[in-house]
Design a protein around this ligand. Structure first.
Ligand code: FDA
Length: 527
């Protein structure tokens, strides 16, 4: 049989790549065992021939969109037990041209911590998750493989009146989350997780173990919001714990279009960022079946945390957002840690132990984000409703998170996260699907892109800002290996605005060869 020339060239190239990557991976493993002196590292190395390889790989894949047979898999997964093993991995990976993807909680929306188009190793931080809380001095050290649930649990074990302003989903890893900012229900009072990081331990490209003092203020600035993966391996964060009252109040008030949802949401845009800092009311928008047979409507869920009792909340709502009609029966009083379970969607009465559960099973999804600086007119909101009635929206919605309060007091350049004063709220667009195959993926991704295109007139412009922790490769990507500053600027200014330039400067100083890289890492200037 005669092969067409192009197929022949492809087959040749493919077998060459396979041979090269097998070679790379063998040399890399040999290097590791040589360096480690004793064989302790071999116990935490997983290759495809190891029976635990798949379960370790899948243990923190949070988006099944990146768990298909055709998704590129790592040649090796390593779950280091300490600093010296991380240093060895970085050194051997550089020697043998192996790309490293660092994974903490695996929640990256585009799977960048466990997928790469080139031969790669996953450095999984799962074994490094110590947490030590110092109640007297209101701080904690947390290793990057810990989840938010483990952190919240540990804080609550030690104190009923200390908390931490980070995300709502307990399975998120602190390694990636704090690196990109990290927000939760108390952002209006205390800002982001990254705003409350006061020291860090990092291993850089040269294998140096650095703390805030030895890394210097430029690198310490960059790792608090500049996105994970660009500057080194974060081993641990020192965080400032914040005071929370012993009683907080939560509520969720649902309104559909027949119950005036459009007007209420329109009004919410004028007050949500101006409320007392103790009050956080976000809105979840979904398309649902109407009570009228065969008709659809939109549900707006006004979902709130107030740092105090309902005796104070009710008059505050009466004064600042009476249109919602909040009544005492809507409110539930509880401790701050119970509010963490409430926002994570657990039923009331659930034991706090669920915070230690690291499993999260969700269908495939795609998400995007926007920032809103001027209220969207009712006619604009009605256009969103039309899109929530389309066939792809069975599991789709928008989450509107109010800013203002502390978020507006922190300067745009204090850390790389730049979305501060002037933003009323952030939108997250989300679509999930459980059908397998490329057709389902394409139709759902296309739906969210159409919605995003529709929103352009109503959201931030030049740049159209986006949240790095809601990773979205649609807004631009690096070229593997040789990204130019001009090319990276396209997505970089959306995530970081003017801070992008300083991030590039820090990268150029600390990782000039661009060893730490993925589709959206900060490039050094020479590239
Ligand atoms: P993952 O391990 O995938 O890492 C993300 C990125 O950081 C990757 O590029 C990775 O290589 C890098 N990285 C990870 N660990 C590192 C380390 N130790 N050193 C250096 N680089 C490292 N966000 C938010 O602000 N508030 C919220 O409430 C939520 N809620 C939420 C719910 C769900 C279900 C998901 C899937 C995601 C969120 N997020 C969120 C987004 C979340 O903050 C974001 O995905 C984080 O980057 C996740 O951090 P992980 O460590 O879990 O991810």
């Amino acid at each position: 049989m005669k092969l067409p020339v192009s197929l022949f060239v492809f087959a040749l190239l493919y077998s060459f790549l396979l041979a090269t990557s097998a070679h790379t991976h063998e040399n890399f493993l040999q290097c590791l065992t040589l360096h480690s002196g004793n064989d302790s590292i071999s116990k935490v190395i997983y290759t495809p021939s190891n029976s635990s390889y798949s379960s370790v790989l899948e243990s923190s894949i949070r988006n099944p969109r990146f768990l298909t047979p055709s998704t590129p898999k790592p040649l090796v997964i390593i779950t280091p037990l300490g600093i010296s093993q991380i240093q060895e991995i970085l050194s051997c990976a550089q020697k043998h041209g192996m790309q490293v993807r660092v994974r903490s909680g695996g929640h990256d929306y585009e799977g960048l911590s466990y997928v790469s188009p080139v031969p790669f190793v996953i450095l999984d931080m799962i074994n490094l998750r110590n947490i030590s809380v110092d109640v007297e001095n209101s701080f904690a050290w947390v290793q990057s493989g810990a989840t938010l649930g483990e952190l919240y649990y540990e804080i609550a074990e030690q104190s009923k009146t200390l908390g931490f302003p980070a995300g709502l989903c307990p399975t998120i890893g602190v390694g990636g989350h704090f690196s990109g900012g990290g927000y939760g229900t108390i952002l209006r009072k205390y800002g982001l997780a990254a705003d409350n990081v006061i020291d860090a331990h990092l291993i850089d490209v040269k294998g140096r173990f650095l703390d805030r003092k030895s890394m210097g203020e430029d690198l310490f600035w960059a790792i608090r919001g500049g996105g994970g993966a660009s500057f080194g391996v974060i081993v641990a964060w020192k965080i400032k714990l914040v005071p929370v009252p012993s009683t907080v109040t939560v509520f969720t008030v649902n309104k559909n279009l027949e119950q005036n949802a459009t007007k209420l949401l329109h009004r919410w845009q004028y007050v949500a960022d101006k409320f007392d800092k103790d009050l956080f009311i976000r809105v979840l928008l979904t398309g649902v079946n109407s009570s009228q047979e065969g008709k659809k409507t939109v549900q707006a869920a006004f979902n709130s945390l107030y740092l105090g009792g309902k005796d104070k909340l009710l008059p505050l709502m009466q004064e600042s957002f009476p249109e919602l009609g909040l009544v005492s029966e809507d409110c539930k009083e509880m401790s701050w840690i119970q509010s963490i379970l409430y926002f994570a969607g657990f039923p009331s009465g659930q034991s706090l132990d669920v915070l230690l559960n690291r499993t999260l099973t969700v269908p495939s999804y795609k998400a995007k984000s926007d920032y809103v600086k001027n209220p969207i007119p009712e006619s604009g909101l009605e256009g969103i409703w039309q899109r929530l009635y389309e066939k792809e929206t069975e599991l789709a919605g928008l989450i509107l998170t109010p800013y203002g309060g502390k978020m507006s007091e922190i300067s745009e350049s204090a850390i790389p996260f730049p979305h501060r004063a002037g933003n009323i709220y952030k939108i997250q667009y989300l679509v999930y699907w459980s059908e397998e195959g490329t057709a389902a993926t394409e139709s759902h991704v296309s739906w969210i892109r159409r919605l995003y295109a529709y929103m352009a007139p109503y959201v931030s412009k030049s740049p159209r800002e986006a949240y790095i922790n809601y990773r979205d490769l649609d807004i631009g990507t690096n070229n593997e290996g040789n990204t130019s500053y001009r090319q990276a600027r396209i997505w970089g200014t959306k995530y970081f605005k003017n801070n992008f330039k300083r991030l590039v400067h820090v990268k150029t100083v600390f990782d000039p060869t661009n060893f730490f890289r993925n589709e959206q890492t900060i490039p050094p200037l020479s590239h």
